[in-house]
Every structure is written in C-alpha cells, then in structure tokens.
Design a protein around this ligand. Structure first.
Ligand code: SF4
Length: 341
C-alpha cells in the first residue's frame, strides 16, 4: 500500500470525512491496488477540518500515512440551497442528511466523470445509523446521485448488490466486508490489521444537528428570504434575541465571542457597548429604529458589569458615527421571552 499509481487500472473516488469508516473503505481499496482520490467536503455548518464539532476530521495524516490524495471541496451555495429547502426533509434538528448525502455523492460522481475514474466509494455501513444508512436510504442516495451500479460501500459490500466494479473484476468482492449495524468491533479489528491508529470516535454530526444552533437557524429561516453567509456566520456566536420580525440583537458571551462579533460586523450592523464597564459587544441586525436601539442598549446593559445600576450609558456606533444612550438594564423575565435558545 502507498503506491498512488493503479496497477489494476482501477481508480476510485472516495468520500472521506477523516473518520474510521471512510478511512477503512479507502484502505480496503488500496489493499486491492485501486488508486484512490479522496474527497473531503466542507460546508458552512461545521463539517470542516478545522472544526472538531463537525462530522469532519483532518484528513491529511491518514492520507499521508497510507499514500492517497485528498481533495477538499466546498459545497458553498449548493449546500445552503438544500438547507433552505430540503427535498427529503430534516432529521431531529435542522440536519438534512439525505439531501446532503445525495449532494456529496452527486459532486463525487461529477468529479469521477471529470477525471475518468471508475467508481465511487463510501464508508457507509448498512444499519449503522437508523435514519440515513438503512437499505432504502442507501438505495435512494445511490439512485438520486446518478451512481447506480457505480457506488461501492466496501464495509457492507457483501450485503449489497454487486457493483459494476465487482462484476467487471476490477474489485475482488471476496476481499470486501459484510458489516452491518452499530457495533464497531469489526472496524476496530480492521483498523488494527491496517495499522490505523488514533482514529476519532464517531462524530455526532454537523452544526445542523445541534439543538441551539438549529433553533437559531429556524428563526433566521422564518424571518429571511434567503440565507446569507454573513447571517450564518453570526449564528455561531453569542446570545441571540429576536426583538421584532426584521431585527435581531446578538450579544457576546465572552471575549472570544466579542472578537468574533467585531469580525462579523457589517456596515449595516449597529455596534453597541457599555464602554469601560466590562461590556459585551452587541450587534443589532435589522431595523435600527430608536425603539430597537433602546432595546438593544438595554440588553447590552444587562450583560455588562454595571448591570446592578439603575441606568447604564451604552455607546451606539454605526457607519455614520456614535452617540450614547442612557438606559435601564433589561430585566431577565423580559429577555426570557425573546431569547432564541
Ligand atoms: S450531519 Fe447530516 S447534514 Fe450534517 S454534514 Fe453530516 S450528513 Fe450532512
């Protein structure tokens, strides 16, 4: 293993999250002298290699150790489109796993056709995830991505119909696996055989599976025509308050949030801070009416170090200048009604 050429003439495109199953699927191909090009998909919802809350893990150490190429592919607007309007519905939260799999497999098929590869490989295991890896879902994603007959799942291959690669002899079906269900015993055995160490435990999913993030995203979708990257970046940071149909207030919870909010600030945002009082950074996004500015200032005052005072001076900064509002800190019972949890 480790030779990037393909003595058998076979070339597979593999979906590679960096996790154990997708790594094993690739290693099972390399063991048969199939050349593998791995695709690691990135989205705005955390499935990126720099974010450990995501599905994805850094793909490069395994690729370097075993000798295959990795190509990063950002799904960008295509992914936003399915998050806005998933054809196959959502999971428990805002996750759109079926549409997501179809999109990734479709992109893998296009890449396979572009580079003249023979088939696509995934680390999916029959019955491992109740919603997305049951047989009818696996068939659906295969068909809808245009990969019928060209999608090999080496870990469960012996339980599935033979693919073209197996029928043509490019891949030896006898050397594939028949893993089913949630136990990872066989995968760990294979990992030992291949010398695959330090693999991550299975990840829970991308940000779309997170309850708090999903609530904020649901609120955003119900108040916006289209998702924008700027709005999505803000969803990851701070406490969010919906103060009217078109206006939100985002308040930093700590120094890291404050710095991110400064970075996320756009020209149409209003920046509020109770300067000199250990204040959070607050952004008002939407209608900067006097009423809304006063509410945003009161929320800012509630989270600053002077929140016990009757009145707090809050500086309001926008693209045309700054001024100070003297406000009474918001009451917790009022905030409970408008916080998006
Ligand atoms: S959790 Fe679901 S929606 Fe999110 S990246 Fe994974 S498969 Fe896609």
């Amino acid at each position: 293993m480790g030779d990037k050429s393909s003595p058998s003439g076979g070339h597979a495109i593999a979906l590679f999250s960096g996790g154990l199953d997708s790594a094993l699927a690739i290693l099972l191909m390399l063991r048969q002298d199939i050349k593998v090009t791995a695709l690691t998909f990135l989205t705005h919802f955390g499935c990126d290699i720099g974010d450990r809350s995501a599905c994805g893990t850094d793909p490069y150490p395994v690729a370097e150790k075993f000798g295959f190429d990795v190509k990063l592919m950002h799904l960008g607007q295509k992914f936003l489109d399915i998050v806005e309007k998933p054809r196959y519905g959502r999971g428990r939260n805002m996750n759109v796993c079926t549409d997501c799999r179809i999109l990734m497999l479709t992109e893998a098929r296009k890449y396979m056709e572009q580079v003249g590869a023979d088939f696509v490989v995934t680390g999916e295991v029959l019955g491992q995830r109740p919603m997305s890896q049951v047989r009818n879902k696996l068939n659906l994603t295969e068909n809808q991505s245009g990969l019928k007959g060209k999608l090999l799942r080496p870990l469960s291959a012996k339980l599935c119909r033979p693919t073209e690669a197996e029928l043509s002899g490019l891949v030896d079906r006898d050397k594939l696996e028949a893993i089913q269900g949630r136990s990872r015993k066989r995968q760990m055995e294979l990992a030992r055989q291949f010398g695959l160490e330090d693999y991550p435990s299975p990840a829970a999913g991308c940000l779309l599976t997170d309850v708090g993030y999903s609530n904020r995203l649901r609120d955003l979708l119900s108040h916006s025509e289209r998702l924008t990257f700027d709005d999505l970046n803000l969803l990851r940071v701070g406490r969010h308050f919906r103060i009217d149909e078109s206006t939100k207030v985002v308040v930093g919870r700590n120094e890291a949030d404050n710095e991110k909010l400064i970075t996320c600030r756009q020209a149409h945002h209003v920046h509020l801070e109770a300067l000199g009082t250990g204040s959070p950074v607050t952004l008002l996004v939407g209608n900067a009416s006097e009423t809304n500015l006063a509410r945003a200032a009161a929320i800012t005052a509630r989270y600053c170090a002077s929140r016990h005072l009757d009145r707090v001076d809050v500086t309001v900064m926008n693209s045309t200048g700054q001024r100070t509002l003297s406000v009474r800190p918001a009451r917790d019972e009022d905030l409970r009604a408008i916080i998006i949890r």
